[in-house]
Design a protein around this ligand. Structure first.
Ligand code: FES
Length: 94
């Protein structure tokens, strides 16, 4: 299984687990709604490694963004979800 490194920790993906499920299991706060690639709320930044999509996502993604709910992790990855953290919530809208 592939290793995931985030701003907060490093962990292994479990078999048949989505990246979103793994982030939740390991205590990361990730926004979500549809869990199917439609809303874009779960997006995080991919800093290294690669993912693929069994079904093309329905939302526009920047070249460094991925959707943890529906991507397939292809190798060890490093991601950042700092923009979803409680620390940044207040500064984004001031
Ligand atoms: S939760 Fe909607 S795109 Fe991931």
């Amino acid at each position: 299984m592939h290793r995931v490194v985030t701003d907060k920790k490093s962990f292994q993906l479990e078999p048949n687990e989505t990246l979103l499920e793994a982030l939740e299991r390991t205590g990361h706060k990730v926004e979500y709604q549809c869990r199917q690639g439609y809303c874009g709320l779960c997006r995080v930044k991919l800093l290294s490694g690669s993912v693929s999509y069994p079904e093309p996502p329905m939302v526009f993604l920047l070249s460094d963004e991925i959707l943890p709910c529906c991507c397939k992790v292809e190798e060890d990855i490093t991601i950042s979800n700092a923009f979803n953290s409680d620390d940044l919530t207040g500064t984004l809208f001031e």
